[in-house]
Design a protein around this ligand. Structure first.
Ligand SMILES: [Zn+2]
Length: 288
């Protein structure tokens, strides 16, 4: 079931749903303009959020920004008919997608080419009721490279290109006056183009960038909004892990042993599953 929430005076959200890989969508509402963060994975996804905003009497979005090109964030774009801001690579990739004739064969070919994954194909089938010819992709029309600020009247959204392992075009959106940082999927591991991976250099650089904002609330697209304390507590474990990988290289046993001792785990206590998985991703990210 879709779940909606006004997370602050100026920010409305539709939370992520995991069944068909819907990320969260957010509307940042200033005195004179509303910015939509991500378009959704389909017309149905987009329409559900638009209906909620309408019902709340919120000023409808005037402009949209895409955090990166992945289908779940961008395929709802056409439903909104809005000026859309995107990083240059996001725009290039979506231009390519917009030229495709979408159907089961096309999606099958994209899976074979590792542009998307089998899991993505299944999520698309579920979201589009089994009919992939219903997919409509449009390209964004406001393109930036490093930074762009959007002034909404009393609120400024700073959009910044950060890249990283998950997608080469990842951007974050900082709502300055509220101290809320939307991370998109930037901190996640890579999901396409071969085994899932994290590279230590990219991951640690990205953490530095994120920490430098000193945000009060942080929102990952497939998670829930969290306080700075919660976020740092969670992410610090990955930072420790990345540093052990720098130290030990391709020696997952040594990485795990030292990570366990840094986390203060007792001998009979299992390493949390997400970290055990992440060790594998970091190993995949090491140079051969
Ligand atoms: Zn993504």
């Amino acid at each position: 079931m879709p779940e909606f929430e006004r997370i602050s005076e100026h920010i409305y959200m539709m939370h992520a749903e995991h069944d068909t890989d819907r990320p969260m969508l957010a509307a940042v509402v200033g005195h004179s303009r509303t910015l939509l963060i991500d378009g959704g994975n389909s017309s149905a996804h987009a329409a559900a959020f638009r209906d909620y905003l309408e019902k709340e009497g919120v000023r409808p979005p005037d402009v949209m920004v895409l955090t990166h090109h992945h289908w779940d964030h961008s395929f709802g774009l056409a439903e909104w008919s809005l000026p859309t801001i995107a990083q240059k690579k996001t725009a290039e990739i979506l231009r390519g997608f917009a030229e495709l004739e979408w159907n089961a064969d096309t999606v099958g070919r994209l899976v074979a080419e590792s542009v998307i994954s089998e899991r993505t194909k299944n999520d698309m089938l579920a979201e589009y009721g089994g009919d992939l010819t219903r997919i409509r992709v449009e390209e964004p029309n406001i393109v930036f490279e490093r930074f762009i600020d959007v002034h909404l009247g009393g609120l400024t959204c700073e959009i910044r290109y950060v890249g990283g392992d998950h997608a080469e075009d990842s951007c974050v959106v900082y709502v300055k006056e509220e101290g809320t940082l939307f991370l998109g999927d930037a901190l996640a591991q890579s999901v396409y183009g071969g085994p899932m991976k994290y590279t230590t250099g990219k991951f640690l650089a990205l953490l530095d960038t994120v920490f430098a904002y000193g945000a009060n609330v942080l929102v990952e697209s497939h998670g829930r909004p969290v306080s700075r304390e919660e976020f740092y507590g969670d992410v610090r474990r990955y930072e420790l892990l990345a540093r052990q990988v720098l130290r030990h290289g391709r020696n997952p046993e040594a990485v795990e042993t030292d990570l366990r001792s840094e986390l203060g785990l007792a001998e009979n206590e299992a390493l949390p599953e997400d970290l055990a998985e992440a060790i594998g991703y970091f190993m995949n990210g090491l140079e051969k």
